[in-house]
Design a protein around this ligand. Structure first.
Ligand code: F6R
Length: 362
């Protein structure tokens, strides 16, 4: 049931602190994380394969893993796997991330990887799903069932689990020591509280943002970790509001997309602690009369030396420069904005047109 909420989507958005707490508590003592970390650190190359929102969670994982474990992983959109799978080898490992565990493209991707002899680890929310059955090993997000078509709580649960995994891998290969690992895990344990504050801060900003978002198109930009959060924000806006939203790494602005900027074009800048250079991108956009909104942890300092006209700030809870916390702090604003915009425009966010919860066709 919707438990008093108008739609499943908003219920599931508000359920997120609980969902990620379940993910943390359900996995922290489970030897599966240690086993997965051992499998990963004894493999040659790491590929990540997923579709849609799960792909964005994989991108977050890839950035965190590069930072903490100094390990490069290759994120491949599931439906693109067949164009590279001939390069896979038997000492490679593929992590398939899928909320449902049933997505056709992701299932095909792991079948092709298996043919090349690669090992497969599934990260899903559904016990006994097809992807689980065809993988060598599985981890579970334990977010509880998600009914809204737009993935929300399962996204942050995937990130929670993958960040836990990243700290286990980093410890396993000794790029962090026991204290650093425990530190990260302690921060993650605290993430549900931060996420709760972030939901509240986002709610407060919604009337301003609805007014801000007056054009049929918008950009959502970020660097580093922020580019993955931006991609997820743009997907949420597209799929349920039917407004165009485009994301790309902010540094690419000057290589073409900035040509579209006109007066009052909405530009969101997702500002993470791995990417302070982003201030320059905000200034470039504002100088061309875009309306810029910088979404950032309150304690992250951005040097905006020049004219701050047209630059607004969405201050979210502080992250203390802990990169792992920032997806929980910066994602909710876009989920709630997408939801409220959809409702405002008269659409049912639980049943976006042309989409199914689980895509089991090619
Ligand atoms: C977006 C959305 C889709 C799914 C994608 C993958 O809100 O729901 O983009 O994320 O179809 O689904 P799973 O994770 O079940 O493989």
């Amino acid at each position: 049931s919707k438990g008093g909420y108008q739609h499943f989507m908003i219920k599931e958005i508000y359920e997120q602190p609980n969902a990620i707490r379940e993910t943390f508590e359900g996995n922290i003592e489970d030897p599966a994380l240690i086993k997965a970390a051992e499998m990963i650190s004894s493999s040659n190359r790491i590929f990540l394969t997923a579709a849609g929102t799960s792909y964005h969670a994989s991108l977050v994982f890839s950035k965190i893993l590069a930072r903490r474990a100094r390990l490069f992983s290759y994120p491949i959109i599931s439906s693109e796997m067949s164009y590279v799978s001939s390069s896979l080898q038997s000492d490679d490992l593929v992590i398939a991330v899928s909320q449902s565990g049933e997505t056709y493209d992701t299932l095909q991707a792991i079948r092709e990887a298996k043919k090349m002899g690669a090992k497969i680890i599934a990260v899903t929310n559904v016990l006994g799903s097809a992807i689980v059955r065809e993988s060598d090993f599985s981890l579970y997000t334990r977010a509880g069932p998600e009914i809204g078509v737009a993935a929300t709580k399962t996204f942050l649960s995937q990130i929670m689990l993958l960040e836990m995994l990243s700290s286990f891998i980093s410890y396993e290969i000794k790029t962090i020591d026991k204290d650093e690992k425990n530190n990260i895990l302690n921060y993650l344990k605290y993430a549900p509280n931060l996420l709760q504050s972030s939901l509240e801060a986002s709610d407060t900003l919604i009337p301003f943002l609805i007014n801000f978002h007056k054009k049929n198109s918008s950009y959502i930009l970020g660097r580093g970790l922020g580019s993955a959060i931006a991609m997820e924000g743009a997907l949420k806006i597209k799929e349920i509001t039917y407004l165009h939203a485009e994301s790309y790494p902010a540094g690419e602005s000057k290589h073409g997309p900035i040509a579209l900027i006109e007066k009052d074009f909405p530009v969101y800048i997702v500002s993470t602690s791995d990417a302070y250079e982003i201030a320059g991108n905000a200034i470039e956009m504002a100088a061309r009369n875009a309306k810029v909104i910088v979404v950032k942890p309150a304690d992250l300092r951005l040097e905006l030396k020049e004219d701050k006209r047209n630059i607004y700030f969405a201050e979210m809870p502080p992250s203390n420069n802990i990169l792992e916390l920032e997806p929980f702090i910066l994602t909710p604003l876009f989920q709630i904005l997408a939801y409220r915009l959809a409702v405002e425009r008269g659409y049912n966010p639980d049943k976006p047109r042309n989409l199914a919860k689980t895509v089991t066709v090619e």
